[in-house]
Structures are given as structure tokens and as C-alpha cells.
Ligand binder design. Sequence first.
Ligand SMILES: NC(=O)c1ccc[n+]([C@@H]2O[C@H](COP(=O)([O-])OP(=O)(O)OC[C@H]3O[C@@H](n4cnc5c(N)ncnc54)[C@H](OP(=O)(O)O)[C@@H]3O)[C@@H](O)[C@H]2O)c1
Length: 162
Amino acid sequence: MAQLAIIVAHAQNGTIGLAGNMPWRLPEDLKHFKEVTMGHPVIMGRVTHESIGRPLPGRDNIVISRNPDYRPEGCRTATSLEEAAGMIKNDELAFVIGGAQIYAQALKLVDTCWITEIQAEYPGDAFFGPLSLEEWDREVLSELPANEKRPALTFCIFRRKH
Ligand SMILES: NC(=O)c1ccc[n+]([C@@H]2O[C@H](COP(=O)([O-])OP(=O)(O)OC[C@H]3O[C@@H](n4cnc5c(N)ncnc54)[C@H](OP(=O)(O)O)[C@@H]3O)[C@@H](O)[C@H]2O)c1
């Protein structure tokens, strides 16, 4: 079995996206995302892949669509999250990178979520969580204070309690 983990950045009100994109520009979070996921397979929904617009370099990109003929360049495809998970080598760590539909389906399959908490509210039409602290332990990895360009960011790992 592959090991699956979620990685997501969400606002205080749970927003992860608006009109097919992320409603913020956060270079520090993109750097964090790259460091955590580099070298690992990344699994995403078709909408998220099209919003990124290209395969993420240095990572095996697996895109999920109900359309069996969907063949985005430079990516592998699956028609379900379970099929995508089955395409990962045994014991290899793969990241589920969104969006809202795929996170919702992945939450029951993962024990670890790498979460960037964006300490502000944003309007959105795609949401994540919240994760209950009765079910999840929250470890803060690092915090960046707010500056003139962006709100404070809290980089966390949530681990499912057993
Ligand atoms: N803040 C973050 O960390 C973050 C990360 C990623 C994405 N986002 C944002 O999230 C938003 C996109 O999320 P979304 O929920 O609209 O789309 P999504 O989860 O990226 O993709 C949805 C698509 O995945 C396919 N799909 C979903 N469930 C499936 C299933 N059970 N079997 C087969 N295919 C399935 C369908 O593709 P077909 O229609 O082709 O069948 C569906 O339209 C965007 O705004 C994006 O910017 C934010």
C-alpha cells in the first residue's frame, strides 16, 4: 500500500480556492509546498491540474478525472482516488494536493495532513476542513508573522489520533 498524506493551505474560514484559483499569492507557502513534495508522487483533481497548468516538475503527477480519455501532457491519469493510490509503489509516500473534492475523499484515507494555516479570512468557493482536535493532533512546525504583503502563516502537521 502507498502512504498518502494531504498537503493544503487554507484560510481561517476554510477557503482553499476561488473561481478555480487560489485567492492569494504566497511565495513562502509555494516554497514550503515544493520542499515537502519534491521527489514524491502528487495526486490531484482535474480542476487543480488545469489551474496549475503544467505538470509539477520533479514529481510523478497523477491526475484524477471521471473521463477515461483525459490525457494531460506529462501526467499519469486515474479515474478514482483509489486507482491513483494503487499506482503508487508499496510504502512510497504520495501527497494529495487538492482540490476540495479530492481532499474530501482523501481525508478518510490519510493519517497525516501538512497544513498551512493562513491567518486571515478570504472569500472562496472551495473549502477544506476544519479538522477536529478531538481526532487530530496539531503540531506547529514554524510560524511567519504577518507583513505588508500577506497575513501570518502557520505551518503545521496534523496527525490522526489512534
Ligand atoms: N489552497 C490549496 O492548498 C489548494 C490546493 C489545490 C487546489 N486548490 C483550489 O481548489 C479548487 C479546485 O478544487 P475542486 O474541488 O473544484 O476541484 P478538484 O478536486 O481539483 O478536481 C475536481 C475534479 O476531479 C475529478 N474527480 C473528483 N472526484 C472524482 C472521483 N471520485 N472519481 C473520478 N474523478 C473525480 C473530476 O474531474 P472531471 O470533471 O474531469 O471528471 C472533478 O471535476 C481551485 O480553486 C484550486 O485553486 C487549493
